[in-house]
Design a binder for this molecule. Structure first.
Ligand code: UD1
Length: 367
């Protein structure tokens, strides 16, 4: 019996999660994957470049929803995704992560009676002001199979009352992609292009509304970066929303005119992985980068009050730093105290996607 499986991707952090899954399905001829791109991210370097570098086949369907308010974006994805269920009659819909595309397609699937499978289930920041936390809670609540990347996720799902047979601790698909591509990424000429020396620069990424939508917080962070670049050259890979907010707050000209701080467009997967791997420190508010730096052993200062990925604090190189100038400067002074733990999180071994494919086949065809 064939298992027709619609796989959803939409935003940049989805692509490195979906790539290893599509590869892993190849071991099971009974899985018939269909790939749907919602078009939540659409810029060349937020989307197409990732397909190319991660060897993701072109999507079967692109819903081309683009940007918009949360309600508009989510509604448009739902509206455009619904007819595909009539067309493809899938046995299941698989979603990854916590972006608007995840919950939008999840809702459509369950309302049509199609089982929903969630990869990266169970993560909780316990901060409902984050749009991603709402997406995570709701997606898990309606999913049939919950694929979890770290033990905290299993505990969270148990506490929320999910039955044991739905919960599968499988490891981290994002780390599957990292392990597969690290060697080739290291061969890129990214460091030369930006005139950087290994271990002698810091990488910055920021995009969360909590940090970049508030002028006071954005200013605190920018002030810290301007001080810091005198000690350590910095490269800031700027997300489109961050750039437009900084322009709005009058911070862009200031930021882009510093002697040791380079501002770059968002980079491709391989170029960015190379930058991360050789950095002295990473300052970010991303979820995935906390995990990537944990495996790379690079100190990561996460400019947030909380993390939904606590294993990166206990078994990694991640530290939470409030997004304030003084806290950032103090954390940088204490960088030497962050050392690489002896062990990495369980099952972050590059084989998570294979485990997921195995569970899916067992679920539909009986163990
Ligand atoms: C989304 C995810 C977030 C993830 C992030 C990674 C949600 C709720 N948030 O946030 O969890 O960490 O992606 O990037 O889904 N834009 C472009 N070009 C693009 C895409 C976006 O210019 O290709 C700009 C648009 O101005 C848009 C803004 O970025 O309005 C925000 O994009 P959106 O996809 O809504 O959310 P992100 O902030 O990227």
């Amino acid at each position: 019996m064939a298992i027709r499986l619609i796989n959803i991707c939409g935003a940049r952090p989805n692509f490195m999660k979906i790539a290893p899954l599509l590869q892993a399905y190849r071991a099971y001829p009974q899985i018939e994957p269909v790939l749907v791109h919602t078009g939540q991210h659409y810029d060349e370097n937020m989307s197409r470049l990732f397909f190319e570098q991660l060897h993701i086949p072109p999507p079967d369907i692109n819903l081309e929803v683009g940007s918009g308010s949360h309600a508009r974006q989510t509604a448009l994805i739902m509206q455009r995704f619904e007819p595909l269920l009539e067309q493809y009659h899938p046995d299941a819909v698989l979603v990854v992560g916590d972006v608007n595309s995840t919950i939008a397609c999840g809702l459509v699937a369950v309302k049509q009676g199609v089982p929903l499978l969630h990869v990266e289930a169970g993560l909780r920041s316990f901060d409902r002001s984050m749009p991603e936390e709402i997406n995570r809670l709701l997606t898990d609540a309606i999913s049939e199979l919950l694929f979890v990347s770290e033990p905290s996720g299993v505990e969270n799902l148990r506490r929320e009352g999910h039955p044991e047979e739905q919960i599968h601790l499988v490891g981290n698909v994002m780390i599957d992609s990292l392990r597969q591509h690290l060697e080739i990424a290291r061969r890129s000429d990214t460091l030369q292009c930006f005139h950087l020396t290994p271990s002698q620069y810091g990488v910055i990424t920021l995009h969360r509304p909590g940090n970049v939508d508030h002028p006071d917080t954005a200013r605190e962070i920018v002030t810290a970066l301007i001080e810091l670049q005198h000690q350590l050259p910095l490269i800031f890979c700027i997300h489109p929303r961050t750039r437009s907010r900084f322009e709005q707050f009058g911070l862009w000209t200031l930021l882009s005119n510093q002697p040791h701080l380079q501002c770059s467009e968002p980079l491709g997967y391989l170029e960015f992985l190379h930058l991360l791997a050789d950095a002295r420190v990473v300052l970010t508010d991303s979820g995935g980068i906390q995990e990537e730096t944990t495996i790379l052993g690079v100190p990561c200062l996460t400019l947030r009050e909380n993390t939904e990925r606590p294993i990166t604090l206990t078994s990694g190189t991640n530290r939470l730093v409030p997004p304030r100038r003084s806290a950032i400067i103090t954390a940088i002074q204490q960088l030497d105290q962050i050392t690489r733990p002896a062990t990495t999180p369980p099952l972050w071994d590059g084989h998570a996607a294979e485990r997921i494919a195995g569970v899916i086949v067992d679920y539909f065809q009986g163990a």
